[in-house]
Design a protein around this ligand. Structure first.
Ligand code: ADP
Ligand code: MG
Length: 235
């Protein structure tokens, strides 16, 4: 069963249809890519999945349960975590406290401190635990943002352009981190513009254009899909 299933989701902003009947499934232990030009609706789909925006139609299921009307906090307790394209860190708290705030929202608050220590180790951020994100480079801030999502040991992890602003070495380390998350059985959904990262780590890729899924399939198929190329090249 898919950990996350989105079915027939539509969202409009005034007359602008940001999402128009979108469906997507994310499976445990797999990275599902979500790509598409700017304004395609990728971040809005994450808002719908995480409960920050109610769709005008359609449903969201977590582990088969309909959570369309469940609050963001309720979805976090059910194992859904996300990052934001624009970093949503507390700039002047420490890195450790940024993670701790997130850990307290997860399903197992009693092990919050332990989970924070473990996540910092896994991300190689232990030496920066007492620094505030405001004092760190953007690439590191992105990792802290990912850490905030990872710390609840999510079943479903939505990552919105997590590698933006990372150099190639950071991106490579990030790809390894993604693989270790899927080894744990996490269902990862990755929004990313870096095509070599997407094609390298994703098991399946969905292409969104003007609020609609125009293609989905394995990366090697998507890469050669003419509809996809046309959407990117502004046919
Ligand atoms: P992407 O993440 O793929 O770049 P978005 O989901 O951010 O796309 O945006 C999809 C469409 O919805 C765009 O046309 C964008 O301008 C519009 N949009 C997104 N958020 C809002 C909002 N809060 N109010 C009005 N329009 C929005
Ligand atoms: Mg976006």
């Amino acid at each position: 069963m898919a950990s996350l299933r989105i079915s027939g989701v539509s969202v409009a902003f005034g007359g602008n249809r940001a999402l128009d009947g979108v469906g997507l499934s994310a499976e445990p232990g797999r990275v599902t890519g979500l790509i598409g030009p700017n304004g395609a609706g990728k971040s809005t789909l994450f808002d719908v999945a995480s409960g920050l925006r109610r769709p005008s139609s359609g449903q969201v299921f977590l582990d088969g349960r309909d959570v369309t009307r469940t609050s963001p906090a309720g979805r976090a307790r059910r194992g859904l975590a996300r990052t934001f394209q624009r970093l949503e860190l507390f700039g002047r708290l420490t890195v450790r406290d940024n993670l701790l705030v997130a850990a307290e929202l997860g399903p197992d608050r009693r092990r919050a401190h332990h989970a924070v220590t473990e996540t910092l180790t896994r991300l190689g951020l232990t030496h920066l635990a007492d620094s505030p994100p405001d004092a760190l480079p953007t690439g590191v801030g992105r990792l802290v943002e990912v850490g905030r999502a990872m710390v609840i040991r999510p079943k479903v992890l939505l990552l919105d352009e997590p590698a933006a602003g990372q150099d190639s070495e950071e991106t490579e380390r990030f790809a390894a981190l993604l693989r270790s998350l899927t080894d744990d059985g996490t269902a990862v959904v990755l929004v990313e513009h870096d095509m070599s990262l997407v094609m390298g780590v994703c098991d399946e890729v969905y292409v969104l254009d003007l609020g609609k899924v125009i293609a989905s399939g394995p990366p090697e198929v998507i890469r050669n899909d003419e509809t996809v190329l046309a959407a990117y090249l502004g046919d």
